[in-house]
Structures are given as structure tokens and as C-alpha cells.
Ligand binder design. Structure first.
Ligand code: 5RP
Length: 239
């Protein structure tokens, strides 16, 4: 599919998500191109008189929102948020996600955790049978990160993922740095049969700050397959 069509589908999913936004809401704003499509539409509504207050999941999103006249405030003063709208690198029909392709996974997870509801917006290519084709980002403290990477490989092996390429993300000639000053290892798992097990294993490694598996966080998936077919999946309460 041409890039311009994918961008239009992201915008269609974003437009559907905007229907969930109500006057006076406290919103969490995601990061990435799909989240930016939502920001653009939200900005138009705010300039048209809608009152909302938002927390951003990255410096990039905060700047972008301010440029569009969307008010931004620190998360601590706003939580709990009514709703977070964010993109994803992959989503399955059990509402599990891989996020962090844009490097904002830690703040995205903090914001999502502080929200009563998380709507994930995506074009149809992001909805998968099983997570893992997209390399799983793992955010790691810079100090001794090579040692932590060994721990990640070992831990993945224990979860049945042997010989996984665990690659330090680069930005030009240097290691990529997150907003929090950490580095990211992208783990090419291929197919994740037990996302919860992998999530728990990664979380228990000293030096791992956060990983990109979002389990039990998304409450709604809005997936634009075509302009005529926008699927809205709602997770059953307490499921
Ligand atoms: C950023 C993310 C993004 O939501 C994810 O990478 C999807 O990005 P895009 O909407 O550009 O495809 O997790 O950390």
C-alpha cells in the first residue's frame, strides 16, 4: 500500500478516536505518526473551542501539542487521566501491544497506566495474529548496558526464544537515547507465544527500565483496514 494511503488510514483511525473525546477531559497523548494525526485533529477542535488538558508521552509530542494550541500539564498534577490515545507497532486481538518503535515506550506506558482508558489507533497492518514480527524494544539504563543485554538474551532463552538478535538501537553513529537518557535494545523475537511470560521475565532484569510489551493496558483498538472498514474492538470490562 502506498505511504500516502497508510497515512490516510492512520488519520481515519485518529478521527474515529476523536469521537471519544469529551469537553473537559484530561487526556494522555501518545507518540508517533498515528498519534500525530490525532494531535492534528485534536488541535483543530481545541482551536474551535473544545476545552481539554493533556499530558504528553514524549518531548516531541509536548512540543507538537503546544504548537497546535493544545494545553499540556505535568502528569502528576492530572492523573488519573480520562483517556489516552496512542499508536502501536503491533496489536493483537487480546489487546496486547508492542510499542516503542518511536522510542517513547517508558513515558507511553506511564501515561497509559495513569489513564482510565487507553485507545490504540492504527492502520490495518498493525493488527496481527501473534505479536513479535516487529522487534520488541527494551529500554535499558546506559550504565553497563552491554551486561544488561546479555541478561536479556539469557532471559529470552529461558522463555523459549533462543538465538534472538538483540541489537542496540542506533541514531547515526551513536547509540539512540530516549527522552530519559536511556538506550534501547530491539529484540527480534519473530513470534511471541507467551507475551505475559516474556513481559514478566524482562521486567525482572536489573538494568531494564521498561519493555515495549503493553499487556492489559489497551481498552479499545481502532483499526482502519480501509476507509469503509474501521474496526472498533472493545475489551470486556475486567477481562
Ligand atoms: C512510539 C510508539 C508508536 O506508537 C509506534 O512506534 C507506532 O508509530 P507510528 O504511529 O508512527 O506507526 O510506540 O514509541
Amino acid at each position: 500500500m502506498p505511504e500516502s494511503d497508510i497515512a490516510a488510514l492512520k488519520r481515519a483511525a485518529a478521527a474515529r478516536a476523536l469521537e471519544f473525546v469529551q469537553e473537559g477531559m484530561k487526556l494522555g497523548l501518545g507518540t508517533g505518526s498515528t498519534a500525530e494525526a490525532f494531535l492534528e485533529l485534536l488541535g483543530e477542535r481545541v482551536r474551535g473551542g473544545l476545552t481539554v488538558i493533556c499530558s504528553a508521552s514524549s518531548e516531541r509530542t509536548a512540543l507538537n501539542a503546544k504548537d497546535r494550541g493544545i494545553p499540556i500539564a505535568p502528569l502528576a498534577g492530572l492523573a488519573p487521566l480520562d483517556l489516552t490515545v496512542d499508536g502501536a507497532d503491533e496489536a493483537d486481538r487480546d489487546f496486547n501491544l508492542i510499542k516503542g518503535g518511536g522510542g517513547a515506550l517508558l513515558r507511553e506506558k506511564i501515561v497509559a497506566n495513569a489513564s482510565n482508558r487507553m485507545i490504540v489507533i492504527a492502520d490495518g497492518s498493525k493488527l496481527v495474529e501473534r505479536l513479535g514480527r516487529f522487534p520488541l524494544p527494551v529500554e535499558v539504563a546506559e550504565f553497563g548496558h552491554g551486561v544488561t543485554a546479555e541478561g536479556i538474551r539469557r532471559s529470552l532463552r529461558e522463555c523459549g526464544h533462543d538465538g534472538v538478535a538483540v541489537a542496540l538501537r542506533q541514531s547515526g553513529d551513536a547509540a539512540y537515547r530516549t527522552d530519559g537518557g536511556n538506550v534501547i535494545y530491539d529484540c527480534a523475537l519473530g513470534s511471541i507465544a507467551q507475551p505475559k511470560r516474556v513481559a514478566d521475565a524482562l521486567k525482572s532484569i536489573t538494568g531494564v527500565v521498561e519493555h515495549g510489551l503493553f499487556i492489559d493496558l489497551a481498552t479499545t483498538l481502532i483499526v482502519a483496514h480501509t476507509f469503509e472498514r474501521i474496526e472498533v474492538l472493545e475489551r470486556a470490562r475486567n477481562a
